[in-house]
Each structure stands twice: as structure tokens, then as C-alpha cells.
Design a protein around this ligand. Structure first.
Ligand code: ZN
Ligand code: ZN
Length: 586
């Protein structure tokens, strides 16, 4: 039976051709995806010098008979796309039919394959069949690609360095291994193992095999559904973060995809749990009805478009926030020291290189802006307050302070160091955030006249938002050309800081230009005001003031991070202390 059919010309034209083969990783991708489609459970990729001097992919899949093997090197032969309709229901890795002939036309390909009976050995060089003979191989397929682009010097020079080509292959195989935990993958470079997974069909174990124990021991499980989407997978706790976005993996219907909106939503869900410049490790499998996926995008790109994406974003955001919230824990001093040692491996460096290239290649993909559903976000806070009773039992007793900056506190569990600015910033942030979303606003008239002078363009933007300012308690009146007078302000502004606070709020509104988003405004205004109005470092406060500060801190929704995502406190458990002083060994 012939498994590979020749595509109709019409269908072929519907698939935007473009540059299907452009680097080592695109060859690896093509070959490995063929192995997956052949139902392999064990796939080995052996590279020589990052693939520049040879790529071998071998599998234990169903193999091909001679007819299929020869057909596979013809243009537009594919086993996946049979009818036009199939384009919209791609469950397999899809799209191909051009890549294998393209690869064979610019390299030397050696194929041995068998379905169980007599095997086939084919050799093609520069698109020409050189050898076609029987072989005695085992069931499965082994393809070797050598001398890539030997006959197209223009393309040859676009191949990157060994490290970069290798990094691209590693990142691809890692992501594939995460989407197929049931398949065992092994990637070697010059006989050194770079990636190896066991095919255990256990996602957590696969994450462990790729990222190691430090990551796999800090995972939180995510499981959520709505009418259209099911989400399952793992996210890392905020103690383990990476300095690049590369480690957010989203797999839609078994296929690793790159979607800026999803990545942004995932990263934003960590808001205030982490600094902006750090990114989480996330592996999420998203399953949905294939009709919601628009795959009619360039074949080599992992980009897809999803219908009803706002529902998915909402689902991701709420489930990640929920998981992070339920696992709030004060970072232990010892763990934190270990975590921040942050040894950068060669692999990390390569990943960063790969990441940079991806970003450069995607410069023209404008990041789609999106808005959260305002009402849904507003519902979150009361829920959080409900569940937070556990944390509020924490009690901290101050014993002093270091340099008027770090409060030392104790309780029965151990010793704590608290950054007094960060602590008060968290308290004020929540206070202001809540005040800004209150529907009933208590206002007071300004004690001294406050006038705001702006440039013409700034004044135009501000005029657009006078009503919004009104709704949060700031009553402004136009007062001459490009000048506004503040008549009333909300009572929650800190005394003595009224004018500065108002100026900061107006600056913030103007900075958004025509992209004003009330939710982002509320968050950013709360952070700015909280930072400004909180006690600074090097300010000595009394023990009583410390007691009040710590009592208020433990009552907040997230006492462990300031709104910028930095830690407010570090804990030394009694055991940590005993260990440090060698009162206990191990
Ligand atoms: Zn600050
Ligand atoms: Zn801060």
C-alpha cells in the first residue's frame, strides 16, 4: 500500500512555499517529523560539528517500502495532506511534501529503510538518484544528510557557526521532546549526548530530563478548561527564573507553537511575582477543536492563529495566578543562595544566541496588543483574599534593624531579614490598587491650588481622560491654554505628597498616549505611588513602627514580593541557622 500520495497542484499552491530549508535545524525538523509520522518511539539524531558536517536521523518507525521511499523524494509528495480540507484539520505535523526533495537537491542523502521485509537503500546527490538497491536493514528508517548546500554556495554562506546551528537543533529537539513525552529522543553532537529523554510518557519526568532537578523540583501543576480549551502542564515557581523568554513552551494540539499573545499572557501572569527582566520556565499543553486553529501561515514558522484566543488567555492567566498564589512561600535563605548562584552553562549561552536570532528574524512580526477582560480581573481580588487565611497566621517579631534598611525579625520557625522599603511598598501598593478600583470615591478639595501646565500634545491626551480621572476622584478643570487646575483629589493620597502624586498620575496617563488601558494604568499608578511614598533605605524607625509595618505586611495578599517582583523578606529557618553554625551536620 502506498502511504505517500502526490499532492494536487492546487493544494501545493495553497501552501506558501518559501524557503523551506534554510539551516541545519530545518533539515533535522523535516527528518524527525517524518520519524514521528512513522509512529517511531525512539528517535536518534546524530550531528557532526553541529550538523555542518553531517546529520543522521534514525528511528524505529514503520519504515517505507521501495515505492514510497522513491516517491518521498518527488516534489509535492506527502503522506499528510491528501485533501484541501485537511489543511484546516492538521493533527499531524503536516505541511510537508516539499522539504525532503528540497533537501535532496542541495545535499547528499543516504537512506536505508525497511518495513520488515527486504529493505531499501537509496542515495541521492544534488537531486540525482545514484544508488537504488536492496538492503538488509531493520524495521525503521535511517537518513544521513551530508554536504548540505554544497551546490548552492549562496545558501551555504548563510549557515551559522557550529555553536549556533547546534543551539537551534537543541532547542528544537527539546521542545519536540516536551510535546512528545512518549517518544525517546537522543541528540548527540560529535558523539556527545546533548539531549536525552526516556519516552516515559510522563511530562514532569521529561521536564526533569531536559531541565534537571533544580527546575523539576520547583514546578507547579496547571490544569484548567473552558468551553473551548483544555490546558495542562507545569509552570516554575518564581524562585527559578531564566534571563530569556526561550523557556516558555506552548504546545497546541501536540504541536509546539510560537504565539506572542500567549507568551505575553503567561509572562504577565507572573506580574509582581518576578522582576520584569526574568522569565519563567513553562510547559503547557493546550488542546482544542482543530477548527479553532488557523494554520494557513508560512510552513516553516511555528506561528499559528487561534480563534477565541481571549478566552484562552483568560484561562491561562487565571490558572497561573491561582497556582502561584496557592504556593506563596517565603524564600528560604539557603535555597535562595543556591538558586542565585545561577551557573550559566554552555547550553544556556547557546540558547541565548538562538533566542537572539529568533528575535531578529521576527522583527517584522508586530506584537499584537491585547486587553484583559476588565471585569474578570476585578473578580480576582476578592477570591484571593478569601483563600489567604493560611498566610495571615505568619507573625513576625522585630528585634532590630541593620543600617536602617533591613529589619531583623524572629518567630518560632527562625529568623527573617525584611527589606523595609520593599515591605512598605507592598503594603502601599495593595492599598492604592484597591483604592483605585473602588467605585465609591471619597474626595477632598485641594488645600493649595495645584495647576498643571502641559505641552499642546500632552494637553490633548489629558483632555481625553478627564472623565476617567474624575471617576477615580481627581477633578480637573481647564484653566487657560494647555493648563489645568486640580479642584479635588481622593482622600487616600498621602498627606504632603498630594501634588507630586497627582503629577505622577497625569504623567502616567500621558505616557500611554492613545493606548490607554485602565487595568495597566491602575497597576502602574499603584506601583509608582507606592515606591514614592514608602519609607526609604537608611531611615531608622522605632521598634513600634517596625511592629506595625510587619503586621501590615503579613496581612497583604502577597507579603513575599514588592510590586516590582523583588523579595520583601528572606527566611533563615532554625535548621538553616544550626547548619550554618555546624550545630548540625548535613
Ligand atoms: Zn521602590
Ligand atoms: Zn519594589
Amino acid at each position: 500500500m502506498t502511504k505517500i500520495c502526490v499532492m494536487s497542484e492546487n493544494l501545493a499552491n495553497k501552501i506558501s512555499a518559501g524557503e523551506v530549508v534554510e539551516k541545519v535545524a530545518s533539515v533535522v525538523k523535516e527528518l524527525v517529523e517524518n520519524s514521528i509520522d512513522a509512529l517511531s518511539t525512539d528517535i536518534k539524531v546524530a550531528l557532526t560539528n553541529g550538523g555542518l558536517n553531517g546529520i543522521i536521523v534514525s528511528d524505529n518507525g514503520c519504515g517505507m517500502d521501495k515505492e514510497d521511499a522513491l516517491l518521498a523524494f518527488q516534489r509535492h509528495a506527502t503522506s499528510k495532506l491528501l485533501r484541501e480540507d485537511d489543511l484546516f484539520f492538521i493533527d499531524t505535523l503536516g505541511f510537508r511534501g516539499e522539504a525532503l526533495p528540497s533537501i535532496a537537491s542541495v545535499s547528499e542523502v543516504d537512506l536505508t529503510t525497511s518495513t520488515g521485509g527486504v529493505g531499501t537503500h537509496i542515495k541521492i546527490k544534488g537531486g540525482k538518484l545514484i544508488i537504488n538497491e536492496n538492503s538488509d536493514s531493520l524495521v525503521g528508517t535511517k537518513i544521513e544528510v551530508k554536504n548540505l548546500f554544497y551546490n548552492t554556495p549562496a545558501r551555504l554562506k548563510y549557515l551559522k557557526s557550529e555553536a549556533t546551528e547546534l543551539a537551534n537543533c537543541v532547542s528544537y529537539i527539546e521542545k519536540l521532546a516536551l510535546s512528545y513525552p512518549n517518544i525517546s529522543f537522543k541528540l548527540t553532537n560529535n558523539d556527545h549526548i546533548v539531549v536525552k529523554t526516556s519516552g516515559s510518557n510522563n511530562l514532569k519526568k521529561t521536564i526533569h530530563e531536559i531541565y534537571g532537578l533544580q527546575v523539576s523540583s520547583k514546578l507547579l501543576e496547571i490544569k484548567a478548561s473552558n468551553d473551548d480549551y483544555d490546558v495542562y502542564g507545569y509552570i516554575c515557581k518564581p524562585e527559578i527564573l531564566k534571563s530569556n523568554r526561550y523557556h516558555m513552551t506552548t504546545i497546541v494540539n501536540g504541536r509546539v507553537v510560537r504565539n506572542n499573545e500567549l507568551n505575553k499572557a503567561i509572562n504577565d501572569a507572573y506580574y509582581t511575582y518576578k522582576p520584569d527582566i526574568k522569565f519563567p520556565i513553562v510547559v503547557l499543553k493546550i488542546n482544542t477543536d482543530p477548527t479553532l486553529i488557523d494554520v494557513n501561515i508560512h510552513p516553516t514558522k511555528q506561528d499559528i492563529k487561534l480563534s477565541k484566543i481571549s478566552g484562552l488567555i483568560e484561562l491561562l492567566t487565571s490558572s497561573i495566578k491561582d497556582a502561584l498564589y496557592k504556593n506563596l512561600l517565603v524564600p528560604s535563605a539557603v535555597e535562595r543562595l543556591e538558586a542565585t548562584t545561577d551557573i550559566i552553562t554552555k547550553q544556556e549561552i547557546q540558547n541565548i544566541i538562538a533566542e537572539k536570532e529568533t528575535i531578529n528574524n521576527n522583527d517584522n512580526n508586530t506584537q499584537t496588543e491585547f486587553n484583559f477582560f476588565v471585569e474578570e480581573k476585578e473578580k480576582e481580588l476578592p477570591n484571593i483574599v478569601e483563600e489567604n487565611k493560611e498566610i495571615k497566621k505568619l507573625k513576625l517579631y522585630p528585634v532590630g534593624a541593620v543600617h536602617g534598611t533591613y529589619i531583623i525579625a524572629e518567630n518560632e520557625e527562625g529568623m527573617y531579614l525584611i527589606d523595609q522599603h520593599a515591605a512598605q511598598e507592598r503594603i502601599n501598593y495593595e492599598k492604592f490598587f484597591n483604592a483605585l478600583k473602588e467605585s465609591e470615591v471619597y474626595k477632598t478639595a485641594t488645600l493649595f491650588p495645584i495647576t498643571i501646565e502641559l505641552s499642546s500634545s500632552e494637553a490633548l491626551i489629558l483632555k481625553e481622560h478627564l472623565e476617567f480621572l474624575n471617576s477615580i476622584g481627581f477633578i480637573l478643570e481647564e484653566f487657560g491654554i494647555n493648563t489645568f487646575k486640580v479642584l479635588e483629589h481622593p482622600t487616600w493620597l498621602l498627606q504632603g505628597y498630594e501634588e507630586e502624586s497627582i503629577r505622577r498620575i497625569i504623567d502616567l496617563i500621558i505616557s500611554y498616549g492613545n493606548k490607554f488601558d485602565p487595568i495597566k494604568f491602575r497597576e502602574n499608578a499603584s506601583i509608582t505611588l507606592a515606591c514614592k511614598m514608602s519609607i526609604k533605605a537608611n531611615m531608622h524607625i522605632s521598634l513600634d513602627a517596625m511592629t506595625i509595618l510587619l503586621d501590615e505586611l503579613v496581612k497583604t495578599d502577597n507579603p513575599y514580593n514588592c510590586p516590582h517582583g523583588r523579595p520583601t523578606m528572606i527566611k533563615f529557618t532554625n535548621y538553616d541557622l544550626e547548619r550554618m553554625f555546624k550545630r548540625v551536620m548535613n
